[in-house]
Design a protein around this ligand. Structure first.
Ligand SMILES: Cc1cc2nc3c(=O)[nH]c(=O)nc-3n(C[C@H](O)[C@H](O)[C@H](O)COP(=O)(O)OP(=O)(O)OC[C@H]3O[C@@H](n4cnc5c(N)ncnc54)[C@H](O)[C@@H]3O)c2cc1C
Length: 368
C-alpha cells in the first residue's frame, strides 16, 4: 500500500531533522525523505559555531533576535536530546574573540560592540585569555555567550529524537518530483510513490528543482566552504578566534577546526590545495603557534545561499500546504532549532512572531 504521512520533509540535513523533531514531539505524523544518509552534506561540513553575533555587521533586528533565540534553545536541547537519544551534542562554552587588527576592523565591529553582552578587550586582556594570539592585534570583541557544538551529532540527535517520538526517517530515497492532486501531494522517489498532506522543502543547496516544480523561480546559490582540523599536544585554545569570516574553533577533544573558504557558484565537493593554503595562512595570522600543529583532516561542503542571503522559512506564497526551510547559508547550525520550531508552529497554526515571518518569507519581503 502507498505510504501516506501528514507531513513529508524533503531533506535530512540539520534543518529537515530539526523540523521532524519539533513536529514529531507534537505527535504529528512526519517523514523525512533523504537522498543519502542523514546529515552528511553541508551539515557535516559545518564548524558548529553558534555565533549569533558573528554575522552582525549590518543588521540587528529580526535576524539577530531569531539567532539569539535559536542559540538559547540549544541550552535546553543539550539536556533534552541527550536524555532522549543518548547523543552528546559536543556543547562547548568559552566564547568567541572577534579580533581587530586595524581601526577599520574595529569600526566593522561597532554593531557587535553595541550589544550589552559584548565587551571590548585591549591586547593585554586578549592575551590574558589566549596567550598565543597574534602579537599585532588592536584588541578584540569578546562574546562570552557564543558557544559551539558538533553539527553532525546535533543532526543525528534531532533525527533519532524524532524517530523516538514516532517520525519515519527514510534514507537512501531521493525525491524526484512532487505533484498536488486534490488535497494530497504525490511524491515520486527513487524507491516508491509517497503521499503527504503537507510538504516541507529542506533540501539545502539542492532546493532549486523544487522551487521550479512548485511554480517559483528562485535559485539556490552554492557557496563552497573548506575546513581543516589540526591537533597538538602542546597548544590549547580555549576560545574561538574569528576574523574576517575566518575562524579557529576548539573542540572538546583538543582538535582545532580552521575554517572556512568561500567560493560562490562552485559545486565541487573536493578540498583544493588553494583552499588549504588560504586556511593555513589565515590561521597563522590569527594564531601563529598553529603552524606547529599536525593536519588531521580536511573536508568541504556547500552552503545554501538565497539571493538576499537570508533563509526562506515559511509558506509558499500561494499554498499554505507547502513550506520551505532552506537557504540557511553560513548559519544553519545556529538557526536549526528556531527554524524547526517555527515550521512546526506554522503547521500547527500556532503564533509565530510577525517580524520573523516577514524577515524569512519565501522570496524575501519584496518578492522577485
Ligand atoms: C565549511 C562550512 C562551515 C560552516 N560552519 C557553520 C557554523 O559554524 N555554524 C553554522 O551555524 N553554520 C555553519 N555552516 C552552514 C551550515 O552548514 C548550513 O547552513 C546547514 O548545514 C544547512 O543545513 P541544511 O539541512 O539546509 O542542508 P544540508 O545539510 O545540505 O542538508 C540537505 C539535505 O537534503 C538532501 N537532499 C537534497 N536533495 C534531495 C532530494 N531530491 N531528495 C531527498 N533528499 C535530498 C541532501 O542529501 C542533504 O542531506 C557551515 C557550512 C560550511 C560549508
Amino acid at each position: 500500500m502507498q505510504k501516506s504521512y501528514e507531513v513529508a520533509v524533503i531533506g535530512g540535513g540539520i534543518i529537515g531533522s530539526a523540523i521532524a523533531y519539533y513536529l514529531a514531539k507534537e505527535q504529528v505524523d512526519v517523514a523525512v525523505l533523504e537522498e543519502g544518509q542523514i546529515g552528511l552534506k553541508a551539515t557535516s561540513a559545518a564548524a558548529g559555531m553558534l555565533g549569533a553575533h558573528s554575522e552582525l555587521e549590518n543588521e540587528v533586528k529580526a535576524f539577530f533576535s531569531f539567532a539569539r533565540y535559536s542559540q538559547s534553545l540549544y541550552s535546553v536541547l543539550k539536556e533534552e536530546l541527550y536524555e532522549l537519544s543518548g547523543i552528546d551534542l559536543g556543547f562547548r562554552k568559552g566564547g568567541i574573540l572577534k579580533l581587530a587588527f586595524s581601526k577599520r576592523d574595529k569600526e566593522k565591529l561597532a554593531m557587535v560592540l553595541a550589544q550589552p553582552t559584548v565587551t571590548w578587550l585591549e591586547p593585554e586582556e586578549v592575551r590574558n585569555l589566549e596567550q598565543e594570539v597574534a602579537p599585532n592585534i588592536l584588541g578584540a570583541a569578546y562574546i562570552e555567550e557564543d558557544i559551539n557544538v558538533l553539527p553532525a551529532r546535533v543532526c543525528q540527535a534531532f533525527a533519532k529524537g524524532a524517530q523516538l517520538y514516532g517520525a519515519s526517517i527514510v534514507e537512501h530515497t531521493k525525491v524526484l518530483r512532487i505533484k498536488k492532486q486534490q488535497d494530497m501531494f504525490q511524491i515520486e522517489t527513487t524507491k516508491e510513490l509517497i503521499k503527504a498532506k503537507r510538504i516541507v522543502i529542506a533540501s539545502g543547496v539542492w532546493s532549486t528543482p523544487f522551487f521550479r516544480q512548485l511554480g517559483l523561480q528562485y535559485e539556490m546559490i552554492p557557496v563552497k566552504g573548506e575546513c581543516i582540523a589540526v591537533e597538538s599536544a602542546h597548544f590549547v585554545l580555549k576560545h574561538t578566534i574569528f576574523h574576517d569570516k575566518y575562524y579557529i574553533v576548539p573542540r572538546n577533544n583538543g582538535e582545532l577546526v580552521i575554517g572556512a573558504t568561500m567560493q560562490e557558484n562552485d559545486w565541487s565537493e573536493q578540498v583544493s590545495l588553494n583552499g588549504v593554503e588560504t586556511l593555513i595562512q589565515k590561521a597563522k595570522a590569527l594564531f601563529p603557534a598553529i603552524g606547529q600543529m599536525n593536519i588531521k583532516a580536511s573536508w568541504s561542503g556547500l552552503r545554501p545561499q538565497t539571493f538576499n542571503q537570508k533563509p526562506f522559512i515559511g509558506y509558499h506564497p500561494e499554498d499554505n500546504a507547502i513550506l520551505f526551510a532552506t537557504g540557511h547559508y553560513r548559519n544553519g547550525v545556529l538557526l536549526a532549532p528556531a527554524t524547526g520550531e517555527m515550521i512546526a508552529s506554522l503547521i500547527l497554526r500556532r503564533d509565530v512572531k510577525q517580524e520573523w515571518v516577514e524577515e524569512f518569507q519565501v522570496g524575501g519581503l519584496f518578492r522577485r
